[in-house]
Design a protein around this ligand. Structure first.
Ligand code: HEC
Length: 134
């Protein structure tokens, strides 16, 4: 085995074992947004029609059957990239316990990629981050 490869092998193993989420944290910079503007965009797009929001005073969602998990302080535990992913790629990664979502028994989240500006996405992610702190 060439010597240089032997030297690099431990590094390659470490990078491979770190997984995509660690790589995302290391490489994906998600800027600060304006939470108030994000709240306005969230209201304009009527995200609350499906999502209950813990820590804010939107009208109750009217989707039936209701979604299993309201948006709330739990989101603050995720990276901004993961929250943005949930908005731009719904269903890419659904928690295993949300059986009703897996079975398609709740209203499906639509594609917002044409409806939302990048600015609005950044602001909405900032707004969602403030839930539990408002
Ligand atoms: C027609 C119903 C519907 C609308 C409207 C909707 N969503 Fe969703 N959304 C879903 C469903 C279904 C899921 C997957 C189930 C879940 O995670 O609760 C989801 C998941 C999410 C998640 C991940 C939640 C989690 O805990 O993993 C976020 C964040 C989110 N939506 C944000 C938004 C935003 C922002 C808007 C408005 C731009 C929006 N949604 C509009 C149905 C909707």
């Amino acid at each position: 085995m060439p010597r240089i490869f032997a030297l690099l092998l431990p590094l390659i193993v470490v990078v491979a074992c770190d997984g995509p989420e660690a790589a995302e944290r290391a490489t994906f910079f998600f800027p600060d947004g304006d939470p108030e503007a994000g709240r306005t965009a969230f209201a304009q797009m009527q995200c609350y029609a499906c999502h209950g929001v813990i820590g804010d005073d939107f009208p109750e969602p009217h989707a039936t059957p209701p979604l299993p998990a309201p948006l709330g302080p739990d989101l603050a535990a995720r990276s901004r990239g993961q929250v943005a992913e949930a908005v731009i790629a719904p269903y890419h990664r659904i928690p295993d316990d949300l059986e009703a979502v897996h079975r398609g028994e709740v209203p499906q989240m639509g594609d917002y990629s044409e409806a939302m500006t990048v600015r609005q996405l950044i602001d909405i992610v900032s707004y969602l981050e403030t839930l539990g702190r408002r």
